[in-house]
Design a binder for this molecule. Structure first.
Ligand code: NAP
Length: 457
């Protein structure tokens, strides 16, 4: 048998695994197996690479794989659900660095072949590498999460971009001094990644991570072109396409244009913006016992989960409460905002973990018309996604973002620990409305109390 076809066959099967695995990631029911299939595809692609005729020494590669695998495994095992965005960002940065180094290596190793894929691989990989590290630092609290701005910022970034293009051109035109030019190009692109992400902050961060993710995918695909590696082309294209689609979906859900995310500065309150909560500044408290009566004798309750529910890990208790209410004949549904929590699908994953039946989780478009018939909306650790300022206050940083119409329910109960703001850092007028009652406390503790009270009804 001709052994040279083995790597090609491994790459083909691996590519099919990536596509099939990605398809299965689109539903909570099949996501686990999708992840496994895509992972198996990656293992197969790695095994196929070892069988390439010009592979060279195995030992340094195996050592590098071990060095990468151990911290990767430990981090993935230990990461908290709420810290997923920064972990994705860190891993994405590593992907960008790989694409950058491989393209650099290809450039240094072989003068022949088209230069464009290598150059673009270096540029996109470098931007993605440092951009993702800055995003990680912001989300992890290592550097200020707020947008960092300085004078002539956009002009400086435009000059950097021009300098990158000039070094790319020079490296192709002047092969003798090409190495210096190519190193200058990489250094400038690394700097651009830092300067482009520093001025971004707040709710735009996960969108930026998604943009960087598609950059890494594209860089990997271009590197695959440079190396004639089919598996890298397919995997990179899939990551690039998935990242781009996710970016578009998130921008839509937050009513932000991509240009505003990348060139604007979320979190800087516009000049002249009115404070969101005007008039009556009293929050009306409710006891768990009263709250239990309100819900236990209701016909319909809509639960709005948010970031705080994930922080408190109250998903199992909320499912228990839902079952108790249903036993009493109350119709219970969950309203899922596309950007509730800290990553797309956060609430779906959280509630799926507690075995909440999937048909009970309704998307914003489906559930919004139902709030008017609900006797109570139970908001648990959500804030921005129910903030009416998104509808009414043009000065608000979240103005225009589609929100859940919890304020249209007959009664609103909010579980949160205190007066803490949401991710956008702004007040929420809903909490001061006369129909709203605040059940203060950690979501897990408050849910536990509610369950006890509903049982006693
Ligand atoms: P949120 O606006 O961040 O509000 C969470 C609320 O939960 C806070 O007001 C906090 O108030 C409360 N809380 C925190 N810990 C709690 C605990 N242990 N128990 C009870 N309450 C707790 O959350 P959200 O409504 O889910 O909105 C998500 C935000 O993230 C949006 O601004 C969205 O644009 C942004 N974002 C999300 C994504 C995504 O993909 N999901 C992407 C980009 C941006 P207290 O401190 O008073 O308790």
């Amino acid at each position: 048998m001709n052994l040279e076809i083995v790597p090609a066959a491994a790459y083909l099967i691996a590519s099919l695994c990536f596509i099939f695995g990605l398809k299965r990631l689109s539903s909570a029911r099949t996501a686990r197996s999708g992840n496994f299939i895509a992972g198996a595809g990656m293992a197969l692609a790695l095994a196929g690479t070892f069988l390439l005729p010009d592979m060279g020494h195995f030992c340094p590669i195996l050592v590098a794989i071990a060095i990468g695998t151990v911290p990767g495994w430990l981090l993935a095992k230990r990461v908290k659900m709420t810290a997923m965005p920064q972990m994705v960002s860190l891993f994405n940065g590593m992907g960008g660095a790989c694409a950058m180094f491989i393209s650099l290596g290809e450039w240094i190793k072989a003068a022949e072949g088209p230069a464009l894929p290598k150059l673009l691989g270096i540029i996109l990989g470098s931007v993605s590498f440092t951009g993702s590290l800055v995003a990680f630092g912001k989300l992890q609290g290592l550097i200020s999460e707020k947008p960092v701005r300085w004078p002539l910022q956009k002009a400086i970034n435009a000059c950097l971009l021009l300098a990158i293009l000039a070094s790319a051109l020079a490296s192709v035109r002047d092969p003798s001094g090409g190495l210096l030019w190519i190193l200058a190009l990489a250094a400038l692109a690394l700097l651009l990644g830092v300067l482009q992400v520093l001025p971004i902050g707040g709710a735009d961060m996960p969108v930026v991570i998604s943009v960087l993710n598609s950059c890494t995918g594209l860089a990997a695909a271009l590197t695959g072109f440079a190396m004639h590696n089919m598996s890298m082309i397919v995997a990179g294209t899939l990551v690039g396409a998935a990242g781009s689609l996710l970016t578009v979906l998130m921008c839509k859900a937050m009513n932000r244009s991509l240009a505003k995310v990348v060139f604007g500065s979320f979190g800087l309150v516009p000049k002249g913006a009115a404070p969101a909560a005007q008039g009556d500044q009293t929050m009306r408290e409710i006891a768990a016992s009263e709250c239990a009566i309100m819900m236990g004798y209701a016909r319909k309750v809509i639960i709005v989960p948010g970031y705080g529910l994930a922080v408190a890990q109250g998903q199992h208790l909320v499912h228990e409460l839902e079952q108790l209410l249903e036993k009493r004949g109350v119709e219970v549904k969950y309203a899922i905002h596309p950007v509730a929590g800290r990553m797309p699908g956060h609430m779906n994953v959280l509630l799926a973990e507690a075995d909440v039946p999937y048909p009970k989780l309704l998307d914003m478009e489906e559930i919004n018309p139902e709030f008017e018939q609900a006797d109570a909306a139970l908001i648990i650790g959500a804030n921005d996604v129910v903030n009416p300022a998104a509808r009414t206050d043009p000065g608000s940083p979240i103005y225009g973002m589609p929100i859940l119409n919890a304020d249209k329910a007959k009664n609103v109960i909010v579980i949160k620990r205190g007066r803490g703001a949401g991710f956008a850092g702004i007040e929420n007028a809903l909490f001061y409305q006369s129909k709203t009652r605040m059940l203060f406390g950690d979501a897990k503790k408050a849910l536990q109390e509610l369950i006890t009270e509903v049982r006693g009804l």
